[in-house]
Design a protein around this ligand. Structure first.
Ligand SMILES: Nc1ncnc2c1ncn2[C@@H]1O[C@H](COP(=O)(O)OP(=O)(O)OP(=O)(O)O)[C@@H](O)[C@H]1O
Ligand SMILES: [Mg+2]
Length: 291
C-alpha cells in the first residue's frame, strides 16, 4: 500500500482521510447526491388508505391478507422501502445522453453496422425486459475501443430502468472512487462512508462507466471488490463499460471482481467494434494560420 492511501476499514472502507483530490471533469459526474446519511422514514408511513398500490396488488396499505387472515408484505412495500433507503439518488442521465433512443442516431445507425448490430440487439432485449433483468440481478458488460458507442448503449439501460421507476446510480468509475475518498474525508469519516456505501449498493441498477480506467492500487481494488461483491450477493444489477478485454480487465481490477461481474452479466462481454466515432464527429481541423 502506498503511503498516501488510507487504511482499510470494514467492507474495504477507509479509516484515514485522504488528501482531497481535484473533482473529475467528467460528463458522467456522479448522479448520487453530495448529502450525508439518508434518513430512512418509517416504511409504513404514507401507506394509509388514501395511497394506492402501484402494482394493483394490495389495497394501498403495503400488505396482502391471505385466506388464513395472515398478513404478508406486498411487493410495493419492498419497493417503497428501497426508494426511501436510497432517497436523494437522482436518476437522471448526463446531458449528452439524455436524448438517447433506439429509434434515433447514433443507435439506429449502430443497429445497422455489422460489428455492432448484435450488441445493439442484446441491449435492446435487456431494455425491453428491464424489470425482469433487474429483479434477477442481471447486468450488461459493454466492451470496446474508445468512441465505439459503449456509454451510449449503457445509458439506454439506465434510461429504461429510470423509466420503469427503478433507482439508478450512474458513475464513471474513476469519479466514483474519487467520490468515495471525498466522502470519507468530508462527511463524517467511516459513518459517512458507510452510509454512502449503503446507498450505492442499494440502488436497483449501478451503472459504472469506464471500469478499468482508474489507477490501480490495493485500495482501489478493495473498493471495487466491496461494491461488486455486495451487489453480487444481493443479486443487484451492474451495467458497466470498459475499454479493456477480459484478461486485461482482470489484471486491472482483480480476478475476484471480474469473476462476479462475469456471473452478473451472464458470462458475456458484449463487444463493440469499429473506429473512434468522435474523430469522425470532430469539426474539420482549422486551416493553418499564416505566420
Ligand atoms: N457507431 C456509431 N455511429 C455513429 N456515432 C457513434 C457511434 N458510436 C458512437 N458514436 C458517437 O460517438 C461519440 C462517443 O460515443 P460513446 O461516448 O458512447 O463512446 P464510448 O465507446 O463510450 O467511448 P469511450 O471508451 O471513449 O468512453 C458519441 O457522440 C456518440 O454519439
Ligand atoms: Mg464511454
Amino acid at each position: 500500500m502506498s503511503p498516501e492511501e488510507p487504511k482499510r476499514g470494514p467492507l474495504g472502507g477507509v479509516r484515514a482521510a485522504l488528501p482531497e483530490q481535484a473533482p473529475a471533469a467528467d460528463p458522467l459526474a456522479p448522479v448520487l447526491p453530495r448529502g450525508g446519511p439518508v434518513a430512512v422514514p418509517d416504511p409504513g408511513a404514507g401507506t394509509g388508505p388514501a395511497a394506492s398500490c402501484p402494482l394493483g396488488a394490495c389495497d394501498g396499505s403495503g400488505w396482502l391478507i391471505d385466506e388464513d387472515d395472515e398478513a404478508r408484505p406486498c411487493e410495493c412495500r419492498r419497493r417503497r422501502i428501497e426508494r426511501a433507503r436510497t432517497s436523494g439518488l437522482v436518476g437522471s442521465l448526463p446531458k449528452r445522453y439524455r436524448g438517447v433512443s433506439f429509434e434515433r442516431p447514433p443507435v439506429s445507425d449502430m443497429a445497422r453496422q455489422p460489428g455492432l448490430s448484435a450488441t445493439v440487439g442484446a441491449v435492446r432485449r435487456y431494455c425491453e425486459t428491464i424489470g425482469e433483468q433487474l429483479d434477477a440481478g442481471r447486468g450488461l458488460w459493454l466492451m470496446g475501443g474508445p468512441g465505439t458507442g459503449k456509454t451510449t448503449l449503457a445509458m439506454l439501460a439506465s434510461k429504461a430502468a429510470i423509466e420503469a421507476g427503478r433507482t439508478v446510480a450512474i458513475y464513471s468509475t474513476p469519479a466514483l472512487l474519487a467520490r468515495i475518498r471525498r466522502t470519507f474525508a468530508a462527511e463524517g469519516g467511516e459513518d459517512g462512508y458507510l452510509a454512502f456505501f449503503d446507498r450505492l449498493v442499494s440502488v436497483d441498477l449501478l451503472h459504472l462507466d469506464d471500469l478499468g480506467a482508474e489507477r490501480t492500487t490495493e485500495w482501489v481494488l478493495e473498493q471495487l471488490y466491496a461494491i461488486v461483491d455486495r451487489r453480487y450477493n444481493d443479486e443487484r444489477s451492474i451495467v458497466f463499460t470498459t475499454n479493456l478485454e477480459e484478461p486485461e480487465l482482470t489484471r486491472q481490477v482483480g480476478a475476484r471482481t471480474v469473476s462476479r461481474l462475469v456471473e452478473l452479466c451472464d458470462g458475456n462481454p458484449l463487444p463493440l467494434f469499429g473506429e473512434d466515432r468522435r474523430v469522425e464527429l470532430a469539426p474539420a481541423a482549422a486551416p493553418p494560420q499564416p505566420s
